[in-house]
Design a protein around this ligand. Structure first.
Ligand SMILES: Nc1ncnc2c1ncn2[C@@H]1O[C@H](COP(=O)(O)OP(=O)(O)OP(=O)(O)O)[C@@H](O)[C@H]1O
Length: 367
Protein backbone atom coordinates (compact mmCIF):
# COMPACT_ATOMS: atom_id res chain seq x y z
CA UNK A 1 0.00 0.00 0.00
CA UNK A 2 2.86 2.34 0.93
CA UNK A 3 4.54 1.48 -2.34
CA UNK A 4 1.33 2.09 -4.29
CA UNK A 5 1.03 5.49 -2.66
CA UNK A 6 4.64 6.25 -3.54
CA UNK A 7 4.06 5.33 -7.20
CA UNK A 8 0.91 7.45 -7.29
CA UNK A 9 2.88 10.37 -5.87
CA UNK A 10 5.66 9.84 -8.39
CA UNK A 11 3.23 9.78 -11.28
CA UNK A 12 1.13 12.68 -10.20
CA UNK A 13 1.02 15.62 -12.54
CA UNK A 14 2.93 18.55 -11.15
CA UNK A 15 1.38 21.99 -11.24
CA UNK A 16 2.83 25.41 -11.73
CA UNK A 17 0.86 28.08 -9.90
CA UNK A 18 1.14 31.79 -10.53
CA UNK A 19 -0.58 34.49 -8.50
CA UNK A 20 -3.19 36.63 -10.20
CA UNK A 21 -2.98 40.37 -10.14
CA UNK A 22 -5.49 41.87 -7.75
CA UNK A 23 -5.85 44.92 -9.98
CA UNK A 24 -7.99 45.15 -13.08
CA UNK A 25 -11.57 44.58 -14.14
CA UNK A 26 -12.12 40.94 -13.25
CA UNK A 27 -9.73 40.76 -10.32
CA UNK A 28 -12.54 40.42 -7.77
CA UNK A 29 -13.80 37.27 -9.52
CA UNK A 30 -10.42 35.59 -9.73
CA UNK A 31 -8.87 33.23 -7.23
CA UNK A 32 -5.47 34.01 -5.81
CA UNK A 33 -3.61 31.44 -7.88
CA UNK A 34 -4.00 30.09 -11.42
CA UNK A 35 -2.25 26.94 -12.50
CA UNK A 36 -1.02 25.03 -15.51
CA UNK A 37 0.57 21.60 -15.75
CA UNK A 38 4.24 21.82 -14.85
CA UNK A 39 6.26 20.17 -17.58
CA UNK A 40 9.71 21.66 -17.34
CA UNK A 41 12.17 19.03 -18.58
CA UNK A 42 15.13 20.11 -16.44
CA UNK A 43 16.48 17.49 -14.04
CA UNK A 44 19.60 17.24 -11.95
CA UNK A 45 21.02 15.05 -14.68
CA UNK A 46 20.64 17.78 -17.29
CA UNK A 47 21.83 20.52 -14.96
CA UNK A 48 25.31 21.71 -15.83
CA UNK A 49 27.30 22.24 -12.68
CA UNK A 50 30.08 20.65 -10.69
CA UNK A 51 29.04 17.06 -9.84
CA UNK A 52 30.05 17.38 -6.18
CA UNK A 53 27.95 20.52 -5.76
CA UNK A 54 25.02 18.84 -7.48
CA UNK A 55 25.36 15.81 -5.24
CA UNK A 56 25.43 18.01 -2.15
CA UNK A 57 22.18 19.73 -3.15
CA UNK A 58 20.44 16.46 -3.97
CA UNK A 59 21.50 14.98 -0.62
CA UNK A 60 20.21 18.07 1.12
CA UNK A 61 16.83 17.70 -0.60
CA UNK A 62 16.59 14.00 0.21
CA UNK A 63 17.41 14.70 3.85
CA UNK A 64 14.71 17.35 3.92
CA UNK A 65 12.10 15.12 2.26
CA UNK A 66 12.75 12.32 4.72
CA UNK A 67 12.94 14.67 7.67
CA UNK A 68 9.33 14.77 8.90
CA UNK A 69 10.11 13.12 12.22
CA UNK A 70 13.38 14.95 12.64
CA UNK A 71 11.74 18.37 12.19
CA UNK A 72 8.97 17.36 14.61
CA UNK A 73 11.57 16.20 17.12
CA UNK A 74 13.50 19.45 17.08
CA UNK A 75 10.31 21.47 17.12
CA UNK A 76 10.87 23.26 13.83
CA UNK A 77 8.50 23.74 10.93
CA UNK A 78 9.11 21.28 8.11
CA UNK A 79 10.42 23.85 5.68
CA UNK A 80 13.68 24.74 4.06
CA UNK A 81 14.84 27.91 2.34
CA UNK A 82 17.23 28.11 -0.56
CA UNK A 83 18.84 31.19 -1.99
CA UNK A 84 20.01 30.76 -5.56
CA UNK A 85 22.30 33.50 -6.77
CA UNK A 86 24.44 34.14 -9.79
CA UNK A 87 24.51 36.02 -13.10
CA UNK A 88 21.65 35.65 -15.60
CA UNK A 89 21.77 32.44 -17.61
CA UNK A 90 23.61 30.33 -15.07
CA UNK A 91 20.68 28.01 -14.40
CA UNK A 92 18.73 29.37 -11.43
CA UNK A 93 15.33 28.67 -13.01
CA UNK A 94 16.58 25.33 -14.36
CA UNK A 95 17.68 24.41 -10.83
CA UNK A 96 14.20 25.15 -9.44
CA UNK A 97 12.63 22.96 -12.12
CA UNK A 98 15.13 20.19 -11.37
CA UNK A 99 14.26 20.46 -7.66
CA UNK A 100 10.52 20.24 -8.38
CA UNK A 101 10.96 17.22 -10.66
CA UNK A 102 13.29 15.56 -8.17
CA UNK A 103 10.97 16.01 -5.20
CA UNK A 104 7.69 15.76 -7.10
CA UNK A 105 6.54 19.06 -5.69
CA UNK A 106 4.25 21.66 -7.19
CA UNK A 107 5.70 25.09 -7.85
CA UNK A 108 4.17 28.36 -6.69
CA UNK A 109 5.75 31.19 -8.63
CA UNK A 110 5.02 34.25 -6.49
CA UNK A 111 5.18 37.53 -8.38
CA UNK A 112 5.51 39.99 -5.53
CA UNK A 113 4.94 43.07 -7.63
CA UNK A 114 1.38 41.88 -8.33
CA UNK A 115 0.58 41.48 -4.64
CA UNK A 116 -1.34 44.50 -3.38
CA UNK A 117 -0.40 44.42 0.29
CA UNK A 118 0.63 42.21 3.20
CA UNK A 119 -2.96 41.09 3.75
CA UNK A 120 -3.12 39.77 0.23
CA UNK A 121 0.23 38.08 0.68
CA UNK A 122 -1.17 36.33 3.72
CA UNK A 123 -4.23 35.16 1.77
CA UNK A 124 -2.07 33.79 -1.02
CA UNK A 125 0.07 31.94 1.44
CA UNK A 126 -2.87 30.29 3.13
CA UNK A 127 -4.12 29.05 -0.23
CA UNK A 128 -0.93 27.10 -0.95
CA UNK A 129 -0.64 23.40 -0.28
CA UNK A 130 2.19 21.27 1.15
CA UNK A 131 4.69 19.36 -0.98
CA UNK A 132 5.43 22.55 -2.81
CA UNK A 133 8.17 24.96 -3.71
CA UNK A 134 7.43 28.64 -3.34
CA UNK A 135 9.56 30.66 -5.70
CA UNK A 136 10.28 34.36 -5.52
CA UNK A 137 12.48 35.21 -8.46
CA UNK A 138 14.73 38.25 -8.71
CA UNK A 139 13.95 39.24 -5.16
CA UNK A 140 16.13 42.36 -5.48
CA UNK A 141 13.90 43.65 -8.31
CA UNK A 142 10.55 42.55 -6.85
CA UNK A 143 10.51 45.05 -4.03
CA UNK A 144 12.73 47.59 -2.43
CA UNK A 145 13.87 45.13 0.17
CA UNK A 146 17.31 46.44 0.78
CA UNK A 147 17.99 47.68 4.28
CA UNK A 148 14.75 49.56 4.71
CA UNK A 149 13.05 47.39 7.22
CA UNK A 150 10.58 48.92 9.52
CA UNK A 151 11.06 48.79 13.26
CA UNK A 152 7.51 47.65 13.82
CA UNK A 153 6.20 44.40 15.17
CA UNK A 154 6.46 43.08 11.65
CA UNK A 155 2.96 41.66 11.74
CA UNK A 156 1.35 41.03 8.40
CA UNK A 157 -0.86 43.99 7.55
CA UNK A 158 1.02 46.21 9.98
CA UNK A 159 -0.04 49.79 9.37
CA UNK A 160 3.35 51.19 10.20
CA UNK A 161 4.90 48.75 7.83
CA UNK A 162 2.62 50.13 5.15
CA UNK A 163 3.72 53.65 5.94
CA UNK A 164 7.29 52.50 5.70
CA UNK A 165 6.63 51.35 2.18
CA UNK A 166 4.95 54.56 1.20
CA UNK A 167 8.06 56.43 2.32
CA UNK A 168 10.06 54.15 0.07
CA UNK A 169 7.73 55.01 -2.74
CA UNK A 170 8.38 58.67 -2.21
CA UNK A 171 12.11 58.05 -2.37
CA UNK A 172 11.96 55.98 -5.47
CA UNK A 173 8.73 56.55 -7.36
CA UNK A 174 9.58 54.06 -10.10
CA UNK A 175 9.85 51.22 -7.61
CA UNK A 176 7.25 49.18 -5.81
CA UNK A 177 4.61 49.97 -8.42
CA UNK A 178 1.26 49.38 -6.76
CA UNK A 179 2.57 46.83 -4.29
CA UNK A 180 2.47 47.54 -0.58
CA UNK A 181 4.16 44.35 0.47
CA UNK A 182 6.89 45.15 2.92
CA UNK A 183 10.03 43.36 3.86
CA UNK A 184 8.73 42.93 7.37
CA UNK A 185 5.56 41.37 5.96
CA UNK A 186 7.57 39.04 3.84
CA UNK A 187 9.86 38.02 6.69
CA UNK A 188 6.87 37.40 8.88
CA UNK A 189 5.35 35.40 6.06
CA UNK A 190 8.40 33.15 5.85
CA UNK A 191 8.89 32.70 9.58
CA UNK A 192 5.43 32.68 11.05
CA UNK A 193 2.35 32.00 9.05
CA UNK A 194 3.94 29.87 6.42
CA UNK A 195 5.68 27.73 9.02
CA UNK A 196 2.37 27.25 10.78
CA UNK A 197 0.72 26.03 7.58
CA UNK A 198 2.51 22.70 8.01
CA UNK A 199 3.95 20.11 5.74
CA UNK A 200 6.88 19.90 3.42
CA UNK A 201 7.50 23.32 2.04
CA UNK A 202 10.47 24.75 0.30
CA UNK A 203 11.02 28.38 -0.47
CA UNK A 204 13.45 29.53 -3.11
CA UNK A 205 14.64 33.06 -3.64
CA UNK A 206 16.69 33.94 -6.67
CA UNK A 207 18.81 36.98 -7.31
CA UNK A 208 21.50 38.20 -9.67
CA UNK A 209 22.88 40.51 -6.98
CA UNK A 210 23.27 38.77 -3.66
CA UNK A 211 25.11 41.75 -2.12
CA UNK A 212 22.04 43.95 -2.61
CA UNK A 213 19.86 41.88 -0.28
CA UNK A 214 19.10 42.76 3.30
CA UNK A 215 21.08 40.32 5.46
CA UNK A 216 17.96 39.77 7.58
CA UNK A 217 16.25 38.23 4.59
CA UNK A 218 18.95 35.72 3.80
CA UNK A 219 20.21 34.76 7.23
CA UNK A 220 20.44 31.03 7.97
CA UNK A 221 17.15 29.76 9.27
CA UNK A 222 15.30 31.75 6.66
CA UNK A 223 17.51 30.83 3.75
CA UNK A 224 19.15 27.66 5.03
CA UNK A 225 21.26 26.99 1.98
CA UNK A 226 22.92 29.53 -0.27
CA UNK A 227 23.73 28.13 -3.68
CA UNK A 228 25.89 30.03 -6.12
CA UNK A 229 25.28 29.32 -9.79
CA UNK A 230 28.21 30.52 -11.72
CA UNK A 231 29.90 30.67 -15.10
CA UNK A 232 30.40 27.47 -17.03
CA UNK A 233 33.29 25.36 -15.75
CA UNK A 234 34.71 22.40 -17.62
CA UNK A 235 32.65 19.89 -15.61
CA UNK A 236 29.48 21.80 -16.44
CA UNK A 237 30.48 21.93 -20.11
CA UNK A 238 30.84 18.13 -20.15
CA UNK A 239 27.24 17.79 -18.92
CA UNK A 240 26.05 20.12 -21.69
CA UNK A 241 28.10 18.28 -24.36
CA UNK A 242 26.49 15.04 -23.26
CA UNK A 243 23.00 16.54 -23.15
CA UNK A 244 23.15 18.47 -26.39
CA UNK A 245 25.39 16.25 -28.55
CA UNK A 246 25.55 12.91 -26.79
CA UNK A 247 29.34 13.19 -26.59
CA UNK A 248 31.39 12.33 -23.51
CA UNK A 249 34.88 12.94 -24.86
CA UNK A 250 36.42 14.59 -27.90
CA UNK A 251 39.83 15.76 -29.04
CA UNK A 252 38.66 19.38 -28.79
CA UNK A 253 37.79 19.02 -25.08
CA UNK A 254 41.27 20.06 -23.78
CA UNK A 255 41.16 23.28 -25.82
CA UNK A 256 37.65 24.04 -24.58
CA UNK A 257 38.74 23.30 -21.00
CA UNK A 258 41.64 25.76 -21.33
CA UNK A 259 39.45 28.47 -22.88
CA UNK A 260 36.69 28.08 -20.28
CA UNK A 261 39.33 28.46 -17.57
CA UNK A 262 40.30 31.81 -19.07
CA UNK A 263 36.88 33.27 -19.84
CA UNK A 264 33.53 33.77 -18.13
CA UNK A 265 30.76 32.29 -20.23
CA UNK A 266 27.35 31.32 -18.85
CA UNK A 267 26.01 27.78 -19.29
CA UNK A 268 23.16 29.39 -21.29
CA UNK A 269 25.66 30.78 -23.82
CA UNK A 270 27.64 27.55 -23.96
CA UNK A 271 24.43 25.59 -24.52
CA UNK A 272 23.34 27.99 -27.26
CA UNK A 273 26.62 27.53 -29.10
CA UNK A 274 26.60 23.75 -28.73
CA UNK A 275 23.17 23.39 -30.27
CA UNK A 276 23.43 22.22 -33.92
CA UNK A 277 22.24 24.97 -36.26
CA UNK A 278 20.96 22.49 -38.84
CA UNK A 279 20.09 18.79 -38.93
CA UNK A 280 23.33 17.88 -40.69
CA UNK A 281 25.70 19.93 -38.54
CA UNK A 282 28.27 17.57 -37.03
CA UNK A 283 29.67 17.40 -33.52
CA UNK A 284 33.05 18.84 -34.48
CA UNK A 285 31.41 21.86 -36.07
CA UNK A 286 29.42 22.51 -32.90
CA UNK A 287 32.56 22.35 -30.76
CA UNK A 288 34.35 24.68 -33.19
CA UNK A 289 31.42 27.10 -32.98
CA UNK A 290 31.78 27.07 -29.22
CA UNK A 291 35.56 27.61 -29.40
CA UNK A 292 35.01 30.58 -31.69
CA UNK A 293 32.36 32.03 -29.39
CA UNK A 294 34.61 31.67 -26.32
CA UNK A 295 37.48 33.34 -28.18
CA UNK A 296 35.20 36.24 -29.13
CA UNK A 297 34.00 36.49 -25.52
CA UNK A 298 37.61 36.40 -24.34
CA UNK A 299 38.59 39.19 -26.71
CA UNK A 300 35.56 41.27 -25.64
CA UNK A 301 36.39 40.72 -21.98
CA UNK A 302 39.97 41.79 -22.64
CA UNK A 303 38.83 44.96 -24.41
CA UNK A 304 36.37 45.68 -21.62
CA UNK A 305 39.08 45.21 -19.00
CA UNK A 306 41.43 47.49 -20.95
CA UNK A 307 38.72 50.11 -21.28
CA UNK A 308 37.97 49.86 -17.59
CA UNK A 309 41.67 50.15 -16.71
CA UNK A 310 41.94 53.22 -18.96
CA UNK A 311 38.86 54.76 -17.40
CA UNK A 312 40.32 54.18 -13.95
CA UNK A 313 43.68 55.61 -15.04
CA UNK A 314 42.00 58.74 -16.44
CA UNK A 315 39.93 59.14 -13.30
CA UNK A 316 43.05 58.79 -11.17
CA UNK A 317 44.95 61.29 -13.36
CA UNK A 318 42.05 63.77 -13.04
CA UNK A 319 41.98 63.28 -9.29
CA UNK A 320 45.72 63.86 -9.06
CA UNK A 321 45.58 66.96 -11.31
CA UNK A 322 42.79 68.37 -9.17
CA UNK A 323 44.73 67.63 -6.01
CA UNK A 324 47.85 69.27 -7.44
CA UNK A 325 45.89 72.33 -8.59
CA UNK A 326 44.35 72.65 -5.13
CA UNK A 327 47.74 72.32 -3.48
CA UNK A 328 49.20 74.91 -5.83
CA UNK A 329 46.34 77.31 -5.14
CA UNK A 330 46.79 76.76 -1.40
CA UNK A 331 50.52 77.43 -1.69
CA UNK A 332 49.94 80.60 -3.70
CA UNK A 333 47.34 81.70 -1.20
CA UNK A 334 49.69 81.22 1.77
CA UNK A 335 52.49 82.94 -0.15
CA UNK A 336 50.23 85.93 -0.79
CA UNK A 337 49.22 85.92 2.85
CA UNK A 338 52.88 85.89 3.93
CA UNK A 339 53.68 88.76 1.54
CA UNK A 340 50.70 90.72 2.84
CA UNK A 341 51.84 90.23 6.42
CA UNK A 342 55.41 91.19 5.53
CA UNK A 343 54.09 94.37 3.88
CA UNK A 344 52.18 95.21 7.05
CA UNK A 345 55.31 94.67 9.15
CA UNK A 346 57.38 96.80 6.74
CA UNK A 347 54.81 99.58 6.82
CA UNK A 348 54.71 99.53 10.61
CA UNK A 349 58.49 99.63 10.72
CA UNK A 350 58.60 102.49 8.25
CA UNK A 351 56.05 104.38 10.29
CA UNK A 352 57.94 103.87 13.53
CA UNK A 353 61.27 104.76 11.83
CA UNK A 354 59.74 107.96 10.45
CA UNK A 355 58.36 108.81 13.86
CA UNK A 356 61.70 108.30 15.64
CA UNK A 357 63.48 110.41 13.00
CA UNK A 358 61.01 113.20 13.68
CA UNK A 359 61.54 112.77 17.43
CA UNK A 360 65.32 113.04 17.00
CA UNK A 361 64.87 116.22 14.95
CA UNK A 362 62.64 117.72 17.59
CA UNK A 363 65.09 116.78 20.36
CA UNK A 364 67.97 118.37 18.42
CA UNK A 365 65.99 121.59 18.08
CA UNK A 366 65.27 121.71 21.83
CA UNK A 367 68.95 121.34 22.65
N1 LIG B 1 23.44 25.23 -15.27
C1 LIG B 1 22.73 24.97 -16.38
N2 LIG B 1 22.52 23.70 -16.78
C2 LIG B 1 21.81 23.43 -17.88
N3 LIG B 1 21.28 24.36 -18.66
C3 LIG B 1 21.47 25.64 -18.33
C4 LIG B 1 22.20 26.01 -17.17
N4 LIG B 1 22.21 27.34 -17.08
C5 LIG B 1 21.54 27.80 -18.13
N5 LIG B 1 21.08 26.79 -18.89
C6 LIG B 1 20.32 26.93 -20.15
O1 LIG B 1 20.09 28.33 -20.35
C7 LIG B 1 18.71 28.66 -20.30
C8 LIG B 1 18.52 29.84 -19.33
O2 LIG B 1 18.84 29.39 -18.03
P1 LIG B 1 18.01 29.75 -16.72
O3 LIG B 1 16.74 30.45 -17.10
O4 LIG B 1 17.90 28.54 -15.88
O5 LIG B 1 19.03 30.80 -16.09
P2 LIG B 1 18.78 31.81 -14.91
O6 LIG B 1 20.04 31.81 -14.13
O7 LIG B 1 17.52 31.49 -14.22
O8 LIG B 1 18.66 33.18 -15.68
P3 LIG B 1 17.91 34.53 -15.18
O9 LIG B 1 18.68 35.06 -14.00
O10 LIG B 1 18.01 35.39 -16.39
O11 LIG B 1 16.51 34.12 -14.85
C9 LIG B 1 18.00 27.42 -19.81
O12 LIG B 1 16.81 27.21 -20.51
C10 LIG B 1 18.96 26.29 -20.08
O13 LIG B 1 18.72 25.76 -21.35
Amino acid sequence: MEEGRAIATRNRQLKLFTNNSSNGWFAYRMKGWSHVVFEHPATFETLAMEPSKKEEIMNDLVKFKKGKEYYAKIGKAWKRGYLLYGPPGTGKSSMIAAMANFLNYDVYDLELTSVKDNTELRKLLIETTGKSIMVIEDIDCSLDLTGRRTKTTGKVGDEKAKQDTSTNKKDKPEENKSSHVTLSGLLNFIDGLWSACGGERIIVFTTNFVDKLDPALIRRGRMDKHIELSYCCYEAFKVLAKNYLGVESHELFPEIEKLLGETNMTPADVAENLMPKSTDEGVENCFNNLIQAIEVAKEEAKKKAEKEAKRKEEKEAKRKAKEEAEMKAEKEESQLEAERKQEEVDQKEMKSNGKSAEDTKENDLIH
